[in-house]
Design a protein around this ligand. Sequence first.
Ligand code: HEC
Ligand code: HEC
Ligand code: HEC
Ligand code: HEC
Ligand code: HEC
Ligand code: HEC
Ligand code: HEC
Length: 317
Amino acid sequence: MAGLALIAALQLPAAVPQCATCHPTEAAAHSQTRMAHALVPVLDSAFARNLPNHSLSESNGGYSFDYRVVGQNLAVTTVRGLDEAQGLIRWVVGAGDQGQTPLVETRAGIAQHRVSYFPRLQRYGVTVGDDPGASANAEAALGRIWNKNDLRACLNCHATSVSSDLKSFTPGVQCLKCHPGANEHALGHGTPFNPGKIGAEAQVRFCGQCHRVADAPGGNALETIRFQPLRLMKSKCFASGKLTCTTCHAAHHDALRNDAAYYNGKCLNCHAGLPHVRQQKAGNCIGCHMPEVQLGQTLRFTDHDIQIVKAGVAVQK
Ligand code: HEC
Ligand code: HEC
Ligand code: HEC
Ligand code: HEC
Ligand code: HEC
Ligand code: HEC
Ligand code: HEC
């Protein structure tokens, strides 16, 4: 498997002062976010921690999956009868909110593992986008092989400072990803890019490099539900020119969950005067205007296209 391995976690060169020396508050807050942990060493993942002590298996008499700790990694064997294949997992994608998907090093290249763990549902299942049922053979059961460009895209959204051979990277979305120029700045040269100092649309598009601004292939509205920048830009609120990601999500923090009062406050900043709004002040604005939408069997996302929702329609436009 040598030559295919996704190995090193890159450290800052020793000569560059760490951001935390001068920005302790931002560094401490950011280290607690899911973005900072969007790629995790396998043994730190919920995927590895929750494995049962029996094999997992596909439905309809398909392949079974056996996992075994080898040093800091997890070896996986897929088997049905005499057909068997092996792979090695070092990294798992996803911080563990809704889904975690391992990357598997196989004989044929690096694959997105066919099995994911869904922490909110507390169960293992077929990775989103893969067909359920039995795999064609043991190699296919390990997962879908990614070509180098797709793998690069995957790492560029879930890791930082990815080298061109993809062998070294800092896991997670770290400072330099949002503040280009910060290393030079840390050495005393210039001011880094600050996404808080650009216009609303520019910031939405900046976050949209990863959170996405383009329609899903085929324009399937339901699939775009996880593309918050694309959805937000469809809303009339966005047309105000003042609404951006950091209006509702403080930098260096996760999204606040189940906090109606916090989000009501954001809406009221622009809508306080309307009779309807005065009447609903104690209600939950996002519950009616930014509902959660189920995507497939395993994921849920918040519709960022703020609008008047019609009952019984999953995705409005
Ligand atoms: C030696 C101290 C020092 C180090 C190390 C340092 N900074 Fe700064 N940083 C500052 C000071 C002082 C300011 C405010 C003045 C300025 O804008 O340059 C600042 C400002 C910033 C700003 C705001 C820029 C703006 O336009 O509002 C960002 C973002 C930032 N730093 C990020 C970083 C990151 C990321 C790192 C690590 C790669 C880092 N800094 C390392 C001292 C430091
Ligand atoms: C380099 C890619 C990248 C960029 C740039 C980026 N994000 Fe993210 N973001 C991610 C990934 C990946 C996750 C998923 C982390 C996970 O749960 O594994 C995420 C998750 C989030 C979450 C959800 C965290 C939670 O509560 O679970 C919020 C909110 C968020 N990002 C906001 C932003 C904002 C605002 C910006 C722009 C200032 C931004 N992101 C820029 C990749 C990125
Ligand atoms: C264009 C950027 C981009 C690419 C490419 C990308 N992701 Fe993500 N990924 C995100 C963002 C943004 C999120 C957070 C929002 C969401 O879940 O859609 C995320 C979330 C996830 C999650 C966590 C879901 C959750 O909410 O818990 C997993 C697992 C994941 N990605 C796996 C992958 C894998 C595996 C690859 C590549 C083989 C990949 N992603 C490629 C941007 C990207
Ligand atoms: C996902 C993108 C993202 C990442 C990663 C990120 N920041 Fe920021 N940072 C922002 C945004 C957005 C702002 C602007 C906040 C605002 O103006 O509301 C900001 C602002 C700052 C500022 C200026 C002070 C302020 O709060 O306005 C500093 C300093 C800073 N970040 C340091 C860091 C350091 C250090 C890290 C790594 C530990 C880091 N940031 C990681 C998005 C990010
Ligand atoms: C930065 C200001 C701003 C913020 C913050 C904001 N909105 Fe808006 N919103 C607007 C503007 C401007 C319009 C368009 C008004 C019009 O067309 O009369 C609008 C329109 C709407 C509409 C009507 C949409 C339609 O399709 O007719 C709804 C519903 C709405 N907002 C709800 C909300 C909710 C709920 C929140 C908080 C989650 C919110 N808004 C936050 C500025 C904002
Ligand atoms: C008007 C307020 C508002 C704005 C603006 C906003 N968000 Fe959100 N966001 C929310 C709410 C509300 C949630 C769900 C919180 C909960 O789970 O209780 C959320 C959740 C998320 C999540 C977690 C996954 C999900 O869909 O539930 C991500 C990622 C995210 N937002 C990214 C972004 C990005 C990127 C932007 C800018 C394009 C943005 N948000 C702008 C209100 C907002
Ligand atoms: C119980 C669901 C519900 C809640 C809670 C709710 N809305 Fe609405 N909202 C609606 C419906 C339905 C409409 C369509 C007009 C109508 O029937 O009154 C609407 C219309 C609107 C409009 C368009 C202008 C208007 O008055 O018709 C805005 C803006 C708006 N809501 C903002 C808010 C804000 C801000 C909050 C939180 C303080 C909120 N809504 C809470 C259901 C709700």
